[in-house]
Design a protein around this ligand. Structure first.
Ligand code: UD1
Ligand code: MG
Length: 472
């Protein structure tokens, strides 16, 4: 019986400040498609079943740990003295039985679980001491270059800043993804020096040291170089974001979602969309957003942390932390704020703002309305210009509107207030007292028609003009 294949453990180096980002925020936390930069690397490792994962943190360590979460082990690198030094800090945290380790830079967010598995399989199958993942880049500027002997064996890695012009012409680069035998790391990391252009302890030099000592050093060349790109500045962050976004959109399309214009469709990692939903141009789906089947979303729609049922039609609106059931229509120009719940078949139209409010089944709120801190029953009609006055300057109050209620246009509903089932509110009313079921509430001054007023005014104006001074 063959012994079970050992699974490698992971080290992710994420202690750097990210000077080239020119940001107050630690590099590991630079946002990328709804997640911190380093979270993308961690997710790929987890999906590749590389565990446990030790994350090396340093710059902004507490903030980085709080954001990346408790699923990982953390090693602290108090001074950022280079990638070799970072890796060294993780060694005491490795489980005793670990034989092999996958080491990654925390700034390469496009890596896939498949690429990590392929690197590991290659390393393991060939029983190497070290395997570096390499890629042949169109433009290798900024990366460490792979130096090979005339017969093709990996000899060393030279950093851009230490490279001669001939070495800079090499297009095969170090991607900062490696597999090592733990024993090799333990032996050679302490032998690193910082005698180089940046005065740092380079992890890349471990490859040279192992090769020099006659160890087995291999290169696993990625068939797709873009998967292993590093992100050091904001332009690279933008490019990685674009590549990741296209990958997500492609996956959605292959799962049965129609995307009319991928260039203007912004979907973050983790968003789910049901089959046969159509996403029109300029639609943003962010955070923990889940969309059902057969919906039409957009054009011009922003959804964040929102759930949407099936067969909804939402367009040209801004929706944050809302719960939308099936067969709901929203738009154009609705502003749905946190705590909005739209029950099945509800319709919300133009210039409607809703916050912390439940709108019942089949209820219509079609124009120019503010519903704040309200519960509205089913089959109710909220007329144009209805406002819930929920704030008295100090506290918020709730408005409760029952089923089958008709609120006429331009009603001002002063909370706390209850309007019971089947009641009518006359247009233009300011309602301050509860309205019983099936009552008509009318709260406005009565109308007076002054007969012949217009004609009399005209005659009086004319006679004044005839007698008075003419000013042309
Ligand atoms: C590194 C490699 C380079 C490779 C490139 C691929 C070295 C010396 N160079 O360069 O060969 O082509 O990645 O993207 O390894 N970090 C720490 N502690 C430190 C320094 C860095 O944790 O003291 C972390 C950073 O947070 C980052 C990663 O290590 O996530 C890589 O560091 P970075 O400064 O980005 O190295 P590169 O210049 O990109
Ligand atoms: Mg980098």
């Amino acid at each position: 019986m063959t012994p079970p294949k050992p699974t490698p453990v992971g080290i992710v180096m994420a202690a750097g400040k990210g000077t080239r980002m020119k940001s107050e925020r630690p590099k590991a936390l630079m946002p990328l498609l709804g997640r911190p930069l380093t979270a993308h690397v961690l997710n790929a490792l987890e999906q590749a079943e590389i565990s446990p994962i030790i994350v090396v943190v340093g710059h902004g360590a507490d903030e980085v740990k709080a954001n990346l979460g408790e699923r990982y082990h953390y090693a602290l690198q108090t001074e950022q003295l280079g990638t070799g030094h970072a890796c060294m800090q993780a060694i005491p945290h490795l489980p005793e039985e670990a034989t092999d380790v996958v080491v990654c830079a925390g700034d390469s967010p496009l890596v896939t679980p498949e690429a990590l598995r392929a690197l590991w399989e290659y390393h393991h199958t060939h029983d190497a001491d070290a395997t570096v993942a390499t890629a042949v880049m169109e433009n290798p500027t900024g990366y460490g270059r792979i130096l090979r002997t005339p017969n093709g064996a990996v000899q060393a890695i030279v950093e851009e800043k230490d490279a001669t012009p001939e070495q800079k012409a090499i297009r095969e680069v170090c991607t900062s993804f490696y597999c090592f035998k733990v024993s090799a790391l333990r032996e050679y990391l302490p032998r690193l020096t910082n005698q180089n252009a940046q005065g740092e302890y380079y992890l890349t030099d471990v490859i040279g040291l192992i090769a020099q000592a006659g160890g087995k050093v291999l290169a696993w060349q990625s068939p797709d170089p873009s998967l292993l790109m590093g992100v050091n500045n904001r332009w690279e962050l933008a490019q990685a974001g674009e590549a990741l976004r296209m990958r997500l959109l492609q996956n959605l399309c292959l799962q049965g979602v129609t995307i009319i214009d991928p260039r203007t469709t912004y979907v973050e990692v983790g968003v789910q969309v049901g089959h046969d939903t159509v996403i029109e141009p300029n639609t943003h789906l962010r955070g923990n957003t889940v969309i059902g089947a057969n919906c039409i979303l957009g054009p011009d729609l922003y959804l964040q942390d929102t759930t949407v049922g099936d067969e909804c039609h939402l367009f040209r609106s801004h929706i944050v932390q809302a719960q939308i059931e099936s067969e709901v229509a929203v738009g154009p120009f609705a502003n749905l704020r946190p705590g909005t719940v739209l029950k099945r078949g509800a319709r919300v139209g133009d210039f409607v703002e809703i916050k912390n409010a439940i709108v019942g089944e089949g209820t219509k709120v079609l124009h120019l309305t503010y519903l704040g801190d309200a519960t509205v029953g089913s089959g109710t009609n909220i007329g144009a210009g209805t406002i819930t006055c929920n704030y008295d300057g100090q506290r918020k109050h709730r408005t409760t509107i029952g089923n089958g209620v008709f609120v006429g246009s331009h009603a001002t509903l002063v909370a706390p207030l209850t309007i019971e089932d089947g009641a009518y509110v006359a247009a233009g009313s300011t309602i301050t007292d509860d309205v019983p079921a099936e009552a008509l509430a009318i709260a406005r001054s009565y109308q007076t028609n002054k007969a012949g007023w217009v004609r009399k005014r005209r005659e009086s104006n004319n006679s004044e003009r005839a007698g008075g001074p003419s000013d042309g």
